[in-house]
Design a protein around this ligand. Structure first.
Ligand SMILES: *[C@@H]1O[C@H](CO)[C@@H](O)[C@H](O)[C@H]1NC(C)=O
Ligand SMILES: *[C@@H]1O[C@H](CO)[C@@H](O)[C@H](O)[C@H]1NC(C)=O
Ligand SMILES: *[C@@H]1O[C@H](CO)[C@@H](O)[C@H](O)[C@H]1NC(C)=O
Ligand SMILES: *[C@@H]1O[C@H](CO)[C@@H](O)[C@H](O)[C@H]1NC(C)=O
Length: 736
């Protein structure tokens, strides 16, 4: 139990001490001894010194890291020292160190260490007396140098060999030429930021015997030959070396190796014009090559033939000549007539000779070539294309889109056959309007034209030519449909628009003076409601309105159009549909009846008055001065009749209450007013409505007319009149 507590306490103390370890790395310094710049072979010591403040009793664990040229070195991290015994230049560099604890880390500043002096290398060779091409082992040694070294072997300024190695010695096999007489070596070391080289080694002078293998080039019969001549090349070399199995002789022309032999050998060749140039013999033994060269000139036996076609441009059916010519021959070798010619058309011989006469045509078109041959030398010309030109065919005229009078349009002129360029001329009758030259296959001859009458279209023709005026071709006259735009349409209404009765049939006719069919006629009503549309082949169209009603009255117009698309509108016509005849007749009959009745009445009244006694009626009104809404009693008094009317006086209308009296009452009334006759007449000041029956004014006429001060005069009068007439009719016949 106690042991456990003590252990715990110790553990606690230890950990708390660790945790509370108070130390600070104040600075780190790298010290190089004996100094920053030393001679090679010096024992150099680098110390990493940390200045640390720490509380009593704490012992932080330090780790020391050393860096060279900013790369961490593989050192014992527990020690603050780095020893470099027997320093070499390779140890030169930029150093720094670092102190690391659990919580802290600090670096020193960087310090450069320079180790001066490289050992001078020593050169040795196995043999000093050599033959050109021999190998020699040269040994270059720089004992005690470390790190990666690059060795150089030189002959004066010329570097013979280099090798990079981690060793202090190299021993290459050098192949020395005659020039390599004084050789030496040196080495270089690559430091972080520079390259340092040692002094040159001792110079060794070699004695090199020249290898006598230089060839001697000869050519037979001569370096100047003529095409077809046989040439023999010889590469002559000192025979003593030819037994060596390494020995080789090469004959080279430009980039081409003509021969490669182990021993001296002749080279035969039939000279061609293209064989002129430098020929070189090369002999090679081991690493040694010797050469000699010679220029050869090969003259042409005859020059390249030239093909020509006359004339340059030929139309079908015309003659032409193809000839083959050679300008130069080597007259010392051949005569002109020794050359044989043949002319080929598309690989087929057409003639054995230098001239070919033909007639241009489809069959003569092709690629021509000439072949000349003499003494085994064959020369061919390039292929030359020949194509007979084709005369223009009769051109054809066409137009773009519809032709409309007074609107411009395009006329195309085209010949199906004919070599370009073709000149097209547009003519109207015999006058040339315009010309155009068509030079490429995609071009078209287009002319702008305008006609004012349809027949003008046939006046256009086109002429095409590609070989002068003489062979020009004329087209047919232009034949295309011409569209005449519509003229102003005229709208006619049948019957005459002022005389149309309800129920009758009306026909609208739209008519144009000119315009190419098909014509599109459209009829409109009112302010533009389409009522009918038709496309016809004639110059007019009609539309029937069957059994018209009063509502068909109104404005009508029509429009005409065709493919010219110049829409034209007619004038507007107003149609009035009147009442039907039977309705009129009915009204008339009714009116007539009224007149008859009135006349009858008047005649009766007249007769009665002219009879025994005059009868008068008195109309009295009670009250005398009626106000609005008052009841008004009108009393008509006659010797035998009495009638009473009550009227409610109103500002707008009058209402009559009629109360005819019984015949039985008539006697008592009649007795009351007997012999007392009054005559009353109220005359209307305004002109009388024609619908009213005219009343004759006179002393023998009893006529009463009542008019309210305001209101519906006609209504009152009319009604009053009718009622009055009835009333009067009911009156008994006056006694004669
Ligand atoms: C370098 O140290 C070695 C032993 O470590 C010693 O033999 C040698 O003499 C020293 N060289 C110099 C130049 O002090
Ligand atoms: C051959 O001719 C070329 C060009 O004319 C010349 O550069 C070259 O030196 C000549 N070679 C010899 C071997 O004469
Ligand atoms: C165009 O030439 C062809 C043959 O090449 C011939 O068949 C045709 O009839 C010619 N056309 C005209 C319009 O001459
Ligand atoms: C002839 O055609 C050319 C283009 O095709 C045009 O510019 C020229 O105005 C035309 N001349 C006449 C007289 O129509």
């Amino acid at each position: 139990m106690w042991v456990k507590i003590v252990t715990f306490l110790l553990l606690f103390l230890f950990t708390s001490e660790e945790a509370c370890a108070e130390y600070v790395i104040k600075s780190v310094q790298l010290i190089i001894e004996p100094g920053n710049s030393v001679e090679r072979g010096t024992n150099v010591s680098l110390r990493c010194q940390a200045d640390v403040s720490h509380s009593l009793g704490s012992h932080p664990n330090y780790i020391y890291n050393f860096y060279k040229d900013f790369k961490l070195l593989n050192t014992d991290q527990t020690t603050d020292r780095l020893y470099i015994p027997d320093a070499r230049m390779a140890h030169s560099g930029t150093y720094k160190c670092e102190v690391v604890t659990k919580e802290q880390k600090m670096e020193s500043s960087v310090i450069d260490l320079t180790v001066k002096g490289l050992q001078t290398p020593v050169l040795t060779v196995k043999k000093r007396k050599l033959t050109e091409g021999d190998n020699v082992t040269a040994v270059c040694t720089a004992k005690g140098e470390i790190s990666s070294l690059t060795f150089f072997f030189s002959n004066g300024l010329q570097v013979l060999f280099t090798e990079k190695t981690e060793s202090y010695q190299v021993a290459p096999q050098l192949v020395l030429t005659k020039e390599a007489l004084n050789i030496f070596c040196f080495y270089c070391i690559t430091l972080y930021s520079s390259i340092k080289c040692s002094d040159n080694s001792n110079v060794i002078t070699l004695d090199i015997q020249e290898l006598e293998i230089t060839p001697n080039i000869t050519v037979n019969p001569s370096p100047n030959v003529v095409e077809g001549d046989l040439i023999i090349f010889k590469c002559i070399v000192n025979t003593t070396y030819q037994i060596n199995s390494d020995f080789k002789i090469l004959l080279i022309y430009g980039q081409t190796m003509l021969s490669l032999t182990m021993a001296q050998k002749d080279y035969y060749m039939s000279a061609k014009a293209s064989d002129s140039g430098e020929y070189e013999c090369i002999s090679r033994l081991g690493g040694v090559s010797k050469s000699s060269a010679m220029n050869i000139t090969v003259k042409e036996l005859f020059s390249m033939p030239a093909l020509s076609i006359h004339p340059a441009e030929v139309f079908e059916g015309e003659p032409f000549t193809i000839s083959c010519e050679i300008n130069n021959i080597s007259s010392e070798r051949i005569q002109k007539d020794e050359i044989r010619y043949s002319i080929f058309q598309d690989q087929t011989s057409v003639i054995n000779g230098s001239k070919y006469n033909g007639i241009a045509g489809k069959a003569s078109n092709g690629k021509y070539m000439c072949v000349a041959e003499a003494k085994g030398i064959i020369k061919k010309t390039e292929m030359d294309r020949f194509e007979a030109k084709v005369l223009v065919s009769k051109p054809e005229l066409s137009v773009d889109g519809p032709v409309i009078v007074n609107q411009s349009f395009l006329i195309h002129c085209h010949s199906t056959n004919g070599s370009l360029p073709i000149i097209y001329s547009l003519k109207r009758d015999n006058i040339t309007l315009n010309r155009t030259k068509v030079s490429n296959p995609h071009e078209k001859a287009c002319f702008l034209a305008l006609i004012t009458t349809p027949s003008d279209i046939n006046r256009y023709v086109c002429e095409a030519e590609n070989n002068g005026q003489v062979s020009s071709k004329m087209s047919e006259r232009l034949h295309v449909t011409v569209i005449v735009p519509v003229g102003k349409p005229l709208l006619t209404v049948i019957p005459v628009p002022g005389n149309i009765e309800e129920g009758s049939d009306v026909t609208l006719i739209c008519n144009i003076q000119k315009g190419s069919p098909p014509i599109n006629f459209t009829f409109y009503e009112g302010s533009g409601t389409e009522i009918h549309n038709t496309i016809v082949q004639s110059n007019s169209a009609s539309y029937d309105l069957t059994s018209v009603k009063r509502h068909h009255s109104g404005n009508y117009y029509c429009e005409a159009n065709n493919r010219a698309n110049t829409l034209i509108k007619s004038d507007t016509i107003t149609v009035e549909v009147s009442l039907a005849t039977w309705k009129k007749a009915l009204i008339a009959a009714f009116c007539m009846m009224l007149v008859v009745l009135l006349v009858l009445f008047i005649v009766k009244r007249y007769k009665a008055k002219r009879g025994k006694r005059e009868m008068a009626a008195k109309l009295s009104v009670k009250p005398a001065s009626p106000k609005s809404d008052d009841s008004l009693t009108l009393s008509l008094t006659h010797d035998t009749h009495y009638s009473d009317h009550t009227v409610v006086v109103n500002n707008t209308e009058s209402v009559w209450n009629e109360r005819p009296l019984d015949v039985a009452d008539q006697d008592s009334l009649g007795s009351t007013n007997e012999g007392d006759v009054e005559y009353t007449e109220v005359v209307h000041p305004q002109p009388i409505d024609p619908m009213r029956i005219p009343l004759k004014k006179g002393t023998d006429t009893v006529y009463s007319e009542l008019q309210t001060t305001q209101g519906n005069i006609e209504h009152v009068n009319h009604q009053g009149l009718l009622e009055y007439a009835e009333l009067n009719h009911d009156l008994p016949e006056p006694v004669d």
